[in-house]
Design a protein around this ligand. Sequence first.
Ligand code: G6P
Length: 492
Amino acid sequence: MIQLNGCAGPERILLASNRGPVSFTQEPDGTLSARRGGGGLVSALSSVADAGQAGDLLWVCAALSDADRSAARKAPDGRLDTAGHDTPAPVQMLDIPPTVFDQAYNGVANSHLWFVSHLLYDTPNEPRFGAEFAAAWAAYREYNGAFATALAENVPAGPAGRVRVMVQDYHLALVPGMLARLRPGVPVAHFSHTPWAPPDYFRILPAPVGRELLEGMLGADHAGFLAQRWADAFLDCCEVVLGADVDRGRQQVSYRGHVCRVGVHALGVDAADMRRRAHQPDVDRHVAALARVTQGRQLIVRVDRTELSKNIVRGLAAYRELLATHPELHGRVTHLAFAYPSRSDLAGYRAYTDSVQRAAARITAEFGTPDWAPLILEVKDDYARSLAAYRLADVLVVNPTRDGMNLVAKEGPILSDRACALVLSQEAGAAAELGEHALLVNPYDVTATAQAMHAGLTMPAAERDARCAALARAGAACPPGAWLASQIAALG
Ligand code: G6P
């Protein structure tokens, strides 16, 4: 049973997210092999489970691939046999028809809800809401309905207060409202891992869609965000778009007789766990290999998914400007840029990956010499190598145009052996907690980003040590287990 502030917590926690803690691959002989997923949610639940705090947990997620669907179909009642899968909780994988899933995930969540919250549209040309979008929106409703039904079926009989339902992210914005209709009185929290858009931008969505999203989320008793500015933007949208009664002092929204409290729950890193992982032999081998290749030069490091909001191309342009304006750095600095594949089902993401590769190739062509690679771009995901790069970084660059939090900004200083300086976008949620000790930049300002890289490379060692220690402390302040527990507590 989860213990919070010495009080007995709920007997059952139902957690719902699109991507679950395990995924399956079909082997050539037809068998299914399972792989544990990473990320903050998995470690949040793992720490709750490892601390023996977890009573009865169930994680409800979508089957994302054909192999996942086969695994879900083999499972009695949809619950996977998790024995030997190293998952932090039992998992129920929803076998949603592939076309419905694709329209909900790619056609709505990734192409629009993600774009709205990150202000990503190329507005002279996109979006265009027509019949295709209407069909995708119907699928998004159906997919949310499948989650709401599965959750309702898992609410135990008896007093509603013995269960807490924790719904994650923009994929599942309609679930709280749907669940409240199916099982009135069950305490539900929704958590947004993304930023939230200001009303003027949010209103790009067709009006009925914008209203349905907000009404869906307001079906929750608690709506959580990673930073105060995203919570404020959500309150603004509730007021402007829905005309809801917003109480900013108490941070709550009253709408059609229901009160939804709004809270900020920052998410950080389990530092001890990460440090342990970053000193395993596979990471040590990568540290040695990278040190060999970079030959003692200063290292500027970035690690991202190749995601439009991560602003990798402008980051590379800033590095180019650094080399162009500081010839004394030639031969003395290397940029390790790790840009791992993401959402490649979407054409915009594939095109962005090409732009990153072209920008990198131009830098190599312009400045590279037989003895010096100014830039090493890696596009094949390798977690151990990323940890090794964090350990070796002199300067870590995290320059998203907008980001809910950005855990790279926290992980890097925690793992750095060289006390890295952090160049951080003012538009990342992490800036609220790390800004004082980072070199904050406007992510659109390439010159300022180049100057911040230079400031990081030339910062006196004592200052770098002090800043990095403060960044590591701030990054470790809200580990995933505490993040989850604080939301359960806020739900009451
Ligand atoms: C990032 C975001 C999350 C989001 C996830 C989805 O981690 O911070 O808000 O849920 O990406 O990524 P996926 O690869 O599942 O589309």
